[in-house]
Design a protein around this ligand. Structure first.
Ligand SMILES: Nc1ncnc2c1ncn2[C@@H]1O[C@H](COP(=O)(O)OP(=O)(O)OP(=O)(O)O)[C@@H](O)[C@H]1O
Length: 805
């Protein structure tokens, strides 16, 4: 025999073993003698070490398994020591529920999916549970996957490893499993489906195992290949027919979409249940509190630091920073509990996550986040989306991102599939995306930690701004949040450089619908943006028109909102306003239309509106108008008449085009209303509102008009059903028209009577020519006239443009 280490296995068939076979040469002992009793005598001369394994012949298969399986994947393997375990008195309720499920009355739901984001503590729960189930005598075996590991990173020996543990822990399975392997040792290299069938399902079935046994599989998402992960689930489900529910599987993984979809499939229906490893602030608090006291006790430098350390507020802040997940807590404790540093100094580093030295504090976390991001597909598209999610402070929904980036519906969901373990992506398009970990957002914001994935890198920021500006240059669409002002705030925050200046042409092509909508609430923000545009040093000079354009928008909004402000927009000398300008002023001041409503109400383009309204804007210093220009001719009543005629024709045309409301898309104003207000749940609702608004405005304008047979004739063309689509519209139209008719030389009430007769429900009719109008209709009227007159005064326009009450 050669010197060295040798193993000699003697397989004994029973009875007293005969002399061991020749242990020379190969070093493997020969077959023991037959039926001679258990005593063995060897006389082996060797210069090296010899290990002698005496085994029953029928257990030779176990030995084969022993050498073939992934021992490192077993829950208490030496390789994975120290295993993550639940800190005492944490996750107690969840562990208890899991034990109850295993030991309780059994249904056909024999598979449990334990899911949770990266670092939530799934493995710690599985480890702790393995110990508890072992103590309860119901533990069958475990397999803890580990990404990238030679034997734990794939499923090649998954079921053989579990079968090996079953053979060791269940006496009645030991011989059958061993015999199967011995008769065909190649079984350990067969497909996982064959391993499951031959080594687990059949022996358990034929040996009538009835007591529940639990198999734990942790980190399914860490097994190489999505297809294999799905295949494992398929095999497990297939092996658990309804009549044999002794084997229970608990499978832990991150909430990866392909795993979720498999459980949700009809194949799994009724056979599984799930447990979400949710955040637990109380558990993390307990863990941190205990660990900090241990560190305080154990570190020599802590003797003079008063307790409690850290203070309750600081501790609470750390708990919040963890988002209730253990990975953050365990990472910072590992960092602070370093004997070569002062824990107080290390804690200070942790408390400043963006400080220069904080990088190493979050090493473990950063590796985790990096692995997730690097393994995500289509990163060049993913990064701008992540930037958008962070910059818009997690207020974006999946469907909105599709729209903002001009992607086909559902594309964002596909792109985010790889990052479900850090981001919570709701299953419906309207749900907002959120981060599982607050620390993930710190990570993404810090270029030293997240490198190319950092949302703060100028390249990423500029490409995000470009994508979004392209969206805002497109047609106005309904969405949940007013992101244009957010976007502009974001653009202002970028460093002044040529890459940012290149955004100028896109800024100039933003659809004014978005501008008028976004800045309705906040003019100050709009002015800041215009100021930024004007003062950008590297702005291309040939793009001055972009600045002018935005100054015009700011001016238009300033006039539109002047009633809410004290300041009057300055105006330039004009000889006499054009009819178009009067239409706009009457619409804004008297009808109280918002700027964004004007294009669809007046059938005008933004360019025409801008040219008309901004004709008031002084271009040069000293251009302001100080002295009103007096004109004797009173045009406003005729402008009101023209506007009334315009609205009547629109209302009637809408009615005809929409075939009485069946095709509301035909009304552009209704479509615009629907897009602007999320409180309209259907386009039909917006259509009704739009027609009723037209009716209300017509009634107000009619009363301002001079007696006019043309207008009188056109009023007859309004279908009574449109007048009564809203009660307030019907009331006001009858009231104001009757007032107007009183100004006619030969007044007639025929029109009023006709409308009154068309009222669908007489109870709706509260006013008529004989009964005085409710006071509020009159008050509303006076208020509007006063408001318009005030506007004329504040714009320094001639008094002759005012209306008489
Ligand atoms: N209940 C707990 N008590 C103490 N430490 C815990 C607890 N739960 C988790 N931890 C610690 O938090 C860290 C992350 O936990 P764990 O590895 O179990 O998370 P996971 O959900 O399995 O993560 P992944 O999805 O990345 O595999 C580990 O260091 C673990 O020791």
């Amino acid at each position: 025999m050669l010197p060295g280490v040798h193993t000699m296995n003697n397989y004994i068939n029973g009875g007293r073993g005969g002399a061991g076979g020749a242990g020379y040469g190969s070093g493997t002992g020969g077959v023991g003698g037959q039926g001679m009793g258990p005593s063995l005598n060897f006389d082996i001369q060797s210069s090296g070490n010899i290990t002698v394994n005496n085994m029953q012949q029928r257990e030779r298969g176990i030995d084969i398994l022993h050498h073939a399986v992934a021992l490192e994947a077993i829950h208490n393997s030496a390789e994975s020591y120290p295993q993550p375990r639940c800190h005492p008195e944490t996750r107690t309720k969840m562990l208890e529920d899991l034990r109850k499920w295993v030991l309780g009355t059994h249904t056909k739901r024999t598979i449990l999916w334990l899911y949770g984001p990266a670092g939530a503590g799934k493995s710690a729960i599985m480890q702790t549970l393995a110990g508890q189930l072992k103590d309860a005598g119901v533990f069958g075996g475990s397999f803890f996957f580990k990404r990238g590991h030679a034997t734990r990173g794939n499923a090649k020996t998954l079921f053989a490893t579990i079968a090996y543990q079953l053979a060791l822990s269940v006496a009645s399975l030991r011989i059958p499993i061993s015999q199967i392997v011995e008769s065909d040792p190649s079984i350990v290299a067969l497909s996982i489906e064959e391993q499951m069938r031959n080594l687990i399902s059949e022996p358990c079935h034929s040996n009538r195992i009835r007591n529940p046994l639990v198999i734990l599989i942790d980190g399914l998402d860490e097994c190489e290949g999505h297809n294999i992960q799905v295949e494992i689930l398929r095999i497990i489900r297939q092996s658990s027919p309804q009549d044999s529910n002794f084997l229970h599987f608990i499978i832990a993984s991150r909430p990866e979409p392909h795993i979720h979809e498999t459980f949700d499939s009809s194949f799994y229906s009724g056979h599984w249940r799930s447990v979400n490893v949710e955040q637990s602030f109380a558990d993390v608090h307990k863990y941190l509190r205990d660990e900090f006291s241990r560190i305080h006790r154990e570190h020599s430098t802590m003797a003079r630091i008063p307790l409690p350390w850290p203070s309750p507020d600081e501790l609470q802040q750390l708990v919040w920073n963890s988002s209730g997940h253990f990975i953050y807590a365990a990472t910072i404790i590992k960092f602070i509990d370093d004997k070569s540093h002062r824990p107080t100094e290390r804690l200070a580093v942790v408390q400043d996550p963006n400080g220069s030295s904080s990088e190493s504090a979050f090493d473990t976390l950063d590796q985790l986040y990096m692995t997730i991001l690097r393994s995500a597909p289509r990163q060049s598209q993913l990064i701008p989306i992540m930037c958008a999610i962070v910059h818009f402070q997690f207020r974006l929904a999946v469907g909105e991102i599709d729209k903002l980036f001009g992607l086909a519906q559902g594309e964002t969901r596909l792109l985010l599939r790889g990052v479900h373990s850090v981001l919570d992506v709701p299953s419906h398009d309207g749900g907002r995306i959120s981060s599982h970990h607050a620390s993930f957002v710190d990570f993404l914001n810090n270029p030293d930690r997240s490198g190319n994935f950092c949302v703060g890198i100028l390249n990423n920021q500029v490409s995000l701004a470009r994508s979004l500006l392209q969206y805002y240059a497109g047609p106005f669409q309904r969405h949940q949040i007013s992101t244009l002002s957010n976007l502009n705030r974001f653009i202002i925050s970028l460093p002044l450089c040529s890459a940012v200046a290149e955004l100028f042409p896109l800024i100039g092509s933003i659809n004014p619908d978005y501008i008028s909508h976004a800045y309705w609430e906040d003019n100050y923000e709009l002015e800041s943006f215009v100021f930024w545009l004007k003062n950008l040093p590297s702005a291309p000079t040939d793009l001055n028109h972009v600045i002018e354009l935005w100054e015009d928008y700011a001016y238009m909004l300033a006039i539109n909102k002047m009633h809410w402000w004290r300041a009057n927009p300055s105006v330039k000398r004009i000889v006499w306003p054009s009819p178009e300008l009067l239409y706009i002023l009457i619409s804004m001041g008297f009808l109280r239309c918002r700027l964004w409503e004007l294009p669809t109400r007046l059938d005008s383009t933004w360019t025409d509106l801008r040219t008309t309204l901004c004709s008031l804007r002084p271009q040069l210093a000293g251009d302001e108008h100080m002295i009103p220009v007096h004109q004797p001719h009173a045009a406003p009543p005729w402008a009101a008449r023209d506007l009334a005629l315009h609205l009547i024709r629109k209302m009637v045309k809408n009615h005809t085009d929409t075939e009485g409301g069946i095709n509301p898309v035909a009304s552009q104003h209704a479509v615009r209303l629907y897009s602007s207000h999320s409180f309209f749940s259907t386009l039909e609702e917006a259509y009704t509102q739009s027609q009723s608004g037209f009716g209300g405005h017509i009634s107000l304008l009619v009363r301002l008009s001079p007696p006019c047979p043309v207008l009188y004739r056109e009023l007859w063309s309004i279908p009574p059903s449109e007048i009564w689509s809203s009660q307030s519209c019907g009331d006001a139209l009858i009231h104001h028209t009757s007032k107007w008719l009183e100004s006619f030389p030969d007044s007639t009430t025929e029109l009023i009577t006709s409308w009154q007769q068309a009222v669908p429900d007489p109870k709706l009719l509260r006013t008529n020519t004989l009964n005085p109008a409710p006071i509020f209709i009159e008050e509303n009227w006076s208020y509007r006239v006063g408001r318009y007159n005030d506007m004329i005064a504040r714009l320094h326009l001639p008094d002759s443009l005012k209306f008489r009450l």
